[in-house]
Ligand binder design. Structure first.
Ligand SMILES: Cc1cc2nc3c(=O)[nH]c(=O)nc-3n(C[C@H](O)[C@H](O)[C@H](O)COP(=O)(O)OP(=O)(O)OC[C@H]3O[C@@H](n4cnc5c(N)ncnc54)[C@H](O)[C@@H]3O)c2cc1C
Length: 151
């Protein structure tokens, strides 16, 4: 009888959005073997455009994020409009403290999600803490894009 090697992972993360990618990255960094699955053709396929990302949290996960990641603009000014059916009131808010450290940026999710997923690739996944930094045990994140039609 022939034995077939079955893929074996400690964690399977469904969905390579921001949450899934960061979760897979963090688990791989802790030495877990992770499978990251995305139903789109590639991470970011789901997202239509982009938006505002409050970046101080993700900067802690990826030091240097603002310089390395595909960030469109750093936000230092906010123009907020409150609307009702007849009228509006606007606040124009600019503050140097929003820039140092950077509080928020604009991103295009198709670009950002692809960058995050690349961080989870076997090539770039971080070594498990305590490892020598080489060998298969240090590249514990496997990725799979299903290319199925989006619902
Ligand atoms: C119109 C709109 C505007 C927004 N603007 C902002 C904004 O400006 N700033 C902000 O911070 N947030 C914004 N949000 C919220 C933000 O998009 C979400 O909070 C964020 O995307 C959640 O990240 P996530 O990784 O949990 O999920 P998602 O980004 O939704 O990622 C989930 C991933 O899982 C995949 N997936 C789902 N089901 C399966 C499956 N069964 N098998 C395989 N893969 C699967 C999807 O294809 C997708 O890639 C906005 C949301 C919307 C709808």
């Amino acid at each position: 009888m022939t034995e077939t090697a079955e893929p074996d992972f400690e964690v399977i993360v469904i969905g390579a959005g921001m949450a899934g990618c960061v979760t897979a990255y963090q688990l791989a960094r802790q030495g877990r073997s992770v499978l990251l699955i995305e139903r789109g053709e590639a991470p970011g396929s789901k997202n239509l455009s982009g938006g505002v990302l409050y970046s101080r949290g993700i900067e802690q996960v990826f030091p240097g994020f603002l310089d390395e990641a595909p960030v469109e603009r750093r936000i230092t000014r906010n123009y907020i409009t409150f609307l009702n059916a007849e009228s509006s009131v606007a606040i124009d808010y600019k503050d140097g403290r929003l820039a140092d450290p950077v509080n928020a940026v604009t991103v295009l999710r198709a670009k950002l999600d692809a960058w995050l997923a690349d961080k989870c690739s076997p090539r770039t996944a971080p070594p498990a803490s305590g490892s020598s930094g080489s060998g298969p045990e240090t590249t514990s994140c496997t990725r799979m894009w299903l290319s199925r039609p989006m619902v």
